[in-house]
Design a protein around this ligand. Structure first.
Ligand code: G1P
Ligand code: ZN
Length: 544
């Protein structure tokens, strides 16, 4: 098989965002676009030459085509072995698990996470380092630098590889092992959770569940683990067939997009437990009967109850949450005498803390929770954690969460997204807010007294790396907060995120609607940032 060197020119827009390089499929289909980025990975991650790489994706449109290209480039770039998920499928957490289990020199994951898929929708690629986690900024910046000066890439000429046949084949001098996408991951889950107990719960006759795979990658994982190993009723997993366009839906597990699941957990015939995961399987949504658990609360409940779960029974070392995530976990950490780290948005910031053993659990308000078992957030892991907790406590989701609020106080939480707004307008809005920071502390707005206002910066406690401009935080004396930040994963214009949190310690006031509690804070935020005037939007695109 011949290696050919193709002459190319740099693209100027290949800087990875919060979670890899994400663009419209059409952008990736431009000749050389994907190839340039992949070559930049091989050029900068030199251990891949002569090494092993894990490869797979969430199955979205262009997944298979991209995998064929990457396999041929891996062969041309001297990769010794590729571990490929069968059918080109690997959930992001399963990829992280494989990288760690087989000690590969990294992994290439194809996904645009929760963004829609299809010829006119999104695609993405990211590189994970040998610890199994998303590449830190030093690595993504090196890859980006390389894309700016690239002049050629190497690829071999060959027939397409059959991605669906498990086993081993060679491409040039490269061994390609096509492995079961689910098995290693399922084995790991069995180590962490009490499968016998969960099995009993499913067989008790008084417990029902639905898991919504949203036509994305977790379908095969959830069917094997929940219906196969744990004995849940067939049909527990809905929308379980991965589709290239996710059935035309938006594979984002939240109240706005997982409507089918929401309706199955509502009303008099509601199931006891509902859960969903996103396009690539790293996000999760947890629902009880007529009850929604905010991701921030989910993290806090997990931290408070970790001692009841097999894989964490010996205790957790610490907790971390991304900055916009509510401070519910902080309260648990404080009670347990642990540190709660506040990191910038994006899972990559948890990596060092996990590697250094400073934390065992971490999470983000954006429906992401995870632990030190891998280096990505993990949707099904969170679902199994909750199932294990329900099996141990023999209480409903609602009872568990309400008892938690009673003990620790309730952090009401909501997020407003203004999607695809004009980029200069969004940037102007942030500049305007930054200019106000100095004068805000001490001011009182609608009876809310501002305690601090800053532009969040983070110094990594392990390697000292500083990350600046991670969002505007406005904190009030009563523990409430408003946060503004621009998304780093959007592919159209800019997305402004407004995060709101209100703290309520009094149990008799903990059952108000979030909307009611937030009303005044929302108005303060709208006025402060001049959202209407500057973006032309009177309503957010999505409220979660
Ligand atoms: C969003 C979420 C963030 C998450 C990321 C990848 O990023 O807000 O928490 O880590 O997706 O799933 P953003 O678009 O806000 O930069
Ligand atoms: Zn995802």
């Amino acid at each position: 098989m011949d290696t050919v060197t193709i002459t190319t020119q740099p693209f100027s827009d290949q800087r990875p965002g919060t979670s890899g390089l994400r663009k419209k499929v059409k952008a990736f289909q431009v000749p050389h676009y994907l190839e340039n980025f992949v070559q930049a990975i091989f050029d900068t991650q030199t251990d891949l030459r002569g090494g092993t790489v894990a490869l797979g994706g969430d199955g979205r449109f262009y997944n298979r085509e991209a995998i064929q290209i990457i396999l041929r480039m891996a062969a041309a770039n001297g990769v010794k072995r590729v571990l490929l998920g069968q059918g080109g499928l690997l959930s992001t957490p399963a990829a992280s698990c494989l990288i760690r289990n087989y000690k590969t020199n990294g992994g290439i994951i194809l996904s645009a996470s929760h963004n829609p898929g299809g010829p006119d929708e999104d695609f993405g690629i990211k590189f994970n380092t040998p610890n199994g986690g998303p590449a830190p900024e030093s690595v993504t910046e090196a890859i980006f630098e390389r894309t700016k000066s690239i002049t050629e890439y190497a690829i071999i000429e060959s027939q397409a590889v059959d991605l669906d046949q498990p086993g081993e084949l060679t491409l040039g001098d490269t061994r390609i092992q096509i492995i079961d996408s689910v098995k290693d991951y399922a084995d790991m889950m069995m180590q962490l959770f009490d499968f016998e107990r969960i099995h009993q719960l499913f067989n008790s006759g008084v417990f029902s569940m639905r898991f919504d795979a949203m036509h994305a990658v977790t379908g095969p994982y959830a069917k094997y683990i929940l219906e196969g190993l744990l004995g849940a009723q067939p049909g527990t997993v809905i929308n379980g067939e991965p589709k290239v366009d996710f059935g035309g839906g938006h594979p984002d597990p939240n109240l706005a997009h997982a409507h089918e699941l929401v309706s199955l957990t509502s009303g008099p015939n509601a199931v006891d437990f509902g859960a969903a995961s996103d396009g690539d399987g790293d996000r999760n949504m947890i629902l009880g009967r007529n009850f929604f658990v905010t991701p921030s609360d989910s993290l806090a409940v997990m931290a408070a109850n970790a001692h009841l779960i097999k894989g964490y029974a010996t205790g957790i070392s610490g907790v971390a949450r991304s900055m916009p995530t509510s401070q519910a976990a902080d309260r648990v950490a404080e009670r347990l005498g642990l540190t709660c780290y506040e990191t910038p948005t994006g899972w990559k910031f948890f990596g060092n803390l996990l590697d250094a053993g400073k934390i065992s659990l971490c999470g983000e308000e954006s429906f992401g929770t995870g632990s030190n078992h891998i280096r990505e957030k993990d949707g099904l892991w969170a679902v199994l954690f909750w199932l294990n907790l329900l099996a141990v406590k023999q209480q409903s989701v609602e009872m568990i969460v309400k008892a938690h609020w009673k003990s620790f106080g309730r952090n009401y939480y909501t997020r407003y997204d203004y999607e695809a707004i004009d980029k200069p307008a969004a940037e102007g809005l942030m500049v305007h807010l930054r200019s106000k920071l100095g004068s805000l502390p001490g001011q009182t707005l609608d009876n809310y007294q501002i305690a601090y206002a800053d532009d969040f910066a983070y110094a990594d406690p392990v390697d000292g790396n500083r990350t600046e401009h991670q969002g505007i935080r406005i904190g009030f004396e009563d523990g409430s907060r408003i946060v503004f930040r621009l998304s780093g994963t959007g592919t159209e214009g800019a997305t402004l995120r407004l995060y709101l949190e209100a703290f309520e310690p009094d149990p008799s006031k903990q059952t108000q609607s979030t909307e009611t509690v937030m009303e005044r804070l929302v108005n303060i935020a709208l006025a402060l940032a001049e959202i209407g005037q500057r973006t032309g939007r009177t309503e957010p695109t999505v409220i979660t």
